[in-house]
Design a protein. Structure first.
Length: 456
């Protein structure tokens, strides 16, 4: 949730400033081998690529994400505002899933819904029992709902954003057994100042961790109890510019924890930090080469899943028919076309479709590859005077040769990719001053310039 700085009063004192919360995942089950992410999309200037339905992406390492259903929503609310923000996926105690989300479409922060959206799902392929759940009677919002299992109570806690009687942002909780009815609201976390965008990780060596946003930074609190009011802030703040929506994820294969956050803008940029000890409360920025976010994604929630669920999700919703290419030595930048010139630019790209490519069999040699533009499908990247540009395929053998490349192991990192020219085989695609061209490659810098990650 991206809050507005404006305030509105209710009950004579409280201010309705948006407050958001993203809960962490429960402890991983033995069979978990992958992750699913729920998110909504906002593109630059809220243009094409903005959609307030439930989007899903999957990952086998929790770092590099593959959007499903061509990055289109898999389900969209039909009640309330007719849209959602801040979706959260919880695997319930019976192994099925519940999806919660803010009842809000777009950025109308004055739309103060007392309800949240709720879906049930056996496998995240079908969604049933859609309804809205009312959480309070206050004339303010119920934003960024998330849930956790409180074993001591034998109930689920629903956390969401609201404001207290003093008028500053707090995190509220209601308890439920069925996500159809819920108890009266209580204040879950109020350190005496504005806090938003919380994320709860339960039961790590007997300690529970709540990460939240304070003053554009991500900060942690902890408690040995899940009781409302028991959490105490303790960690060193981290940020990358104005950062919000923290999400803590445990590696399924190692001792690493990852803290995700995204920037306070439409089409927010995700950043990640890592730690091997939540109790230390310190985080180290993760190399951007190691992770990617789903295209246009905002305010995510992440849940571990089994390989069966992963495979079934891919089979149901399908993998993207397009790719994006990340620069090795400028990992915040992606290959795109602008004014029909090939270049690398910083994500987010506007329009975002300029950075989407179909890697098709090479026009001159099917064992090679050609880069077909998604938004200009008659055009391909080809070299001309050694510079790459986006031209219409004229059907000639010269064009086919200029637009064909052989994909090889990355010259700077063999787990990445490089692309050798078909008709100038001593030259590779590389960037120079952010413009793409084909050049001979010999130095370490040139090898990095010529190395790309093919992802989504």
């Amino acid at each position: 949730m991206t809050p507005t700085p404006s305030r509105r009063l209710f009950l004579g004192a409280a201010a309705a400033v948006p407050l958001s919360l993203t809960l962490g995942t429960p402890s991983a089950h033995a069979a978990d081998s992958a992750y699913v992410m729920g998110y909504f999309t906002e593109s630059t200037n809220l243009g094409a690529g903005t959609d307030y339905g439930l989007h899903l992406a999957v990952s086998t390492d929790g770092l590099r994400w593959t959007p499903l259903n061509q990055n289109n929503p898999v389900v969209t609310p039909t009640e309330g505002a007719g849209g959602l923000r801040d979706p959260f996926i919880l695997r319930k105690q019976d192994g099925t899933f519940v999806v919660l989300a803010t009842d809000l479409k777009g950025t109308d922060w004055n739309y103060n819904s007392q309800y949240i959206h709720v879906w049930n799902s056996a496998d995240l392929r079908t969604f049933t029992g859609y309804h809205r759940l009312k959480l309070h009677d206050m004339t303010t919002h119920s934003w960024a709902p998330e849930a956790f299992w409180d074993a001591g109570r034998g109930q689920y806690g629903i956390l969401y954003s609201s404001v207290n009687a003093s008028g500053h942002n707090v995190i509220m909780v209601n308890y439920t057994t069925d996500f159809v009815t819920a108890s009266a609201p209580q204040v879950f976390f109020d350190p005496g100042y504005d806090v938003i965008d919380g994320n709860l990780t339960v039961g790590v060596n007997g300690v529970n961790y709540l990460y939240f946003k304070r003053d554009q930074t991500l900060v942690g609190a902890r408690s040995t109890s899940l009781a409302p009011g028991s959490f105490t802030p303790f960690s060193t703040p981290v940020a990358h510019g104005g950062t919000e929506a923290p999400t803590v994820v445990k590696s399924l294969t190692g001792n690493q924890w990852y803290l995700w956050g995204d920037t306070y803008t439409p089409n927010g940029v995700f950043y990640a930090w890592q730690s091997t000890d939540l109790a230390a409360g310190t985080w180290t920025a993760l190399d951007q080469r190691l992770y990617t976010q789903p295209l246009n994604s905002k305010h995510c929630g992440i849940q571990p899943i089994t390989s069966t669920v992963y495979d079934n999700l891919v089979a149901k919703w399908g993998l993207p028919t397009w790719n994006r290419l990340k620069s090795y030595n400028y990992p915040a930048r992606y290959v795109r076309h602008a004014d029909y010139v090939g270049r690398i630019d910083t994500y987010p790209v506007d329009p975002y479709t300029d950075s989407q490519w179909r890697l098709v069999p090479g026009l001159a040699d099917s064992s090679g590859v050609s880069f077909q533009s998604v938004n200009y499908p008659t055009r391909y990247l080809r070299h001309y005077s050694y510079q790459l540009r986006l031209d219409v395929n004229d059907g000639t053998s010269t064009f086919a040769a200029d637009a064909t490349f052989y994909r090889t192991a990355g010259l700077a990192d063999a787990s990445w990719s490089s692309f050798r020219s078909y008709n100038n085989p001593t030259r590779y695609i590389r960037h120079s001053n952010y413009v793409l061209r084909i050049d001979p490659v010999s130095t370490a810098t040139e090898r990095q310039d010529a190395t790309f990650h093919v992802g989504y």
